[in-house]
Write a protein that binds this ligand. Structure first.
Ligand SMILES: [Zn+2]
Length: 114
């Protein structure tokens, strides 16, 4: 019997993982930059909502590349700048705090959009 996950299951898992990665990065950045102790401050919570909504509507769906490598850039310019600041800060720290997520994200990033 074929027990390999089907493609759509795999990509759903990948999407969830990408969102989990973004959430972890937001939390790292928010704690350092905005001094929040648990969860996110209002500003970051709003950004998180925006990210989820955008990724949920990603036109690539199953073939979604990581956002950094994406060819569409569906974020509004100011949101894009916001999330880039978070990534620049949290990216290098992810390897220490969430090594598994960081590595999987790097691997996902090697996929190219079709
Ligand atoms: Zn914050």
């Amino acid at each position: 019997m074929d027990t390999r996950p089907r493609d759509d299951e795999r990509s759903a898992r990948r999407l969830r993982r990408e969102l989990a990665t973004v959430r972890a990065m937001l939390a790292l950045h928010c704690r350092a930059a905005h001094g929040s102790r648990r969860g996110l401050c209002a500003e970051c919570e709003e950004l998180w909502g925006y990210v989820q909504a955008r990724v949920g509507r990603c036109p690539f769906r199953a073939d979604k590349p990581t956002c950094q490598r994406c060819t569409v850039h569906c974020f509004k310019p100011e949101r894009r700048e916001q999330i880039r600041r978070v990534m620049r800060f949290a990216g290098p720290r992810m390897l220490w705090r969430h090594p598994l997520l960081a590595i999987l994200h790097l691997l996902d990033g090697r996929r190219r959009p079709r």
